[in-house]
Design a binder for this molecule. Sequence first.
Ligand SMILES: [Zn+2]
Length: 302
Amino acid sequence: MLIKPRVKSINHFVLESVNYRMGLSVEDNRRYQNQMKGFQGEQLFDQLINHSQQNGYVVNDLFLSSKETHYQMDSILILNKQLIIYEVKNYTGEYCYKNGSLFSKNGYSLQNPVDQVNRKKAYLNNWLLNNGYLHKTKAYVVFINSDFYIYNLPLTKSILFVGQLERHFKTLTNANQSVNAQDKKLAQALANQHNGNYRPDNLPSYGFDSLKKGILCPECFSFAHTDTREKRICTTCGHIEKIADAIYRSVLEFQVLFPEVPISVQKIFEWCRGKYTKPRIRRVLSQKMTKYSNGPMTYYKN
Ligand SMILES: [Zn+2]
């Protein structure tokens, strides 16, 4: 049972939007490509875990903040008084294992993902103890891309290659795993701890004036479109969307980019490049959000 679905992180979302509205520096573009590759790997993992029809509760991309550190868990499965963390890596190519690190053919080293996931496991262990849960924790690194190989890897139980996942999930199912009220309570408690507003400090810099205005297609990120009375049709990929939905989607994108700027009809009118009338935008905002006044000005909140 899915308790928390996967959504793009703020980092991913901002890089994506700025990429299509302004363009990214070489360094930011590299980070954007990594975000996309990672997200695709996680989506593939989601498909495989869904397909295995686990009894347990699934909490995806959980972001927990402690005083000193932030921990992002790609996927957590809770069942039968155990909590399993999956760290999904969409690496490609050939690597060599040496003294606890992974090295590419060109000699670049990768942070050891097993150490990484074990730190998350230790943090969650303490969290469970502090909150009165008796669940046992396990952690795995999942290499989700079949085009990835590690030479000289010593036998380790905490690494799963994509070809081993089906058997791994089957073993869990066959162990006649049951779920109980504590499992559900824990899954919900963790989902409630999720910090969805975390903004990393290395986001690209941009301002309202520097971003290209208009509504991006959610499928192909093109601005090109044609409209019927109620629908917006992407002329690049053919995606069809209700105009009201497209406007609201654009409002949500604006909020992620500019969390400090109040939402007004005028601002969204400009953000949509004057394409839709102010009464139409006002209608969407009134339907989807709550109106409030600040002196003579009217704003909208979720
Ligand atoms: Zn499109």
